[in-house]
Write a protein that binds this ligand. Structure first.
Ligand code: SF4
Ligand code: SF4
Length: 162
């Protein structure tokens, strides 16, 4: 095969701009329909774990008490199931990729201190309400038992003479 066969194309390429881009030093242009990557509005997450159960790759984890949500981006296939399943709509597919880096793909998001404090107060109030409701129920049962014990016994039915 003659090298002359490729010479016209090689000459044309001398005057064309490069087909590659300088990402990440220049913004990348994403094709239409590109799924991008998953992002979370962590303060809206209720820690229900629906996304964790929906993920086919087992790449998500959530800790409700600590207020954290984690994803291993190297394992994520950007299928979007977690986004579909989230009842709070706090997950979304964002066009574009994460900043390149040499570290592991595991990323953990933590709720803001204000949100954690708000949730702590809500939990305390809910626990107080539950305790009050339980105490009221026990008091009601006790009063009903006392009333039943204090009521006069019904007279025994007389048997008809044989
Ligand atoms: S996009 Fe798919 S693979 Fe990635 S975290 Fe969500 S469910 Fe898992
Ligand atoms: S489904 Fe949504 S609300 Fe539930 S744990 Fe996942 S991100 Fe949080």
């Amino acid at each position: 095969m003659s090298i002359m066969k490729y010479a016209p194309e090689a000459l044309k390429n001398l005057f064309r701009p490069p087909v590659t881009t300088k990402y990440p030093f220049e913004p990348a242009v994403y094709p239409e329909g590109a799924r991008g990557h998953v992002e979370i509005e962590i303060d809206n997450c209720i820690g229900c774990g629906m996304c964790v159960r929906a993920c086919p790759c087992g790449t998500l984890s959530v800790d409700k008490n600590a207020g954290t949500w984690s994803i291993d981006r190297f394992d994520c296939i950007a299928c979007g199931y977690c986004v579909e399943k989230c009842p709070k709509k706090c997950l979304s597919m964002i066009q574009g990729y994460q900043t390149p880096g040499a570290k592991e793909g595991q990323v953990t998001y933590t709720k803001s201190p204000e949100q954690l404090e708000k949730e702590r107060i809500q939990r305390e109030e809910a626990a107080k309400k539950a305790a009050a409701a339980k105490a009221a129920m026990e008091a009601k049962k006790k009063a009903e038992a006392q009333a039943a014990a204090a009521a006069p016994a019904a007279p025994a039915e007389e048997k008809p003479a044989e």
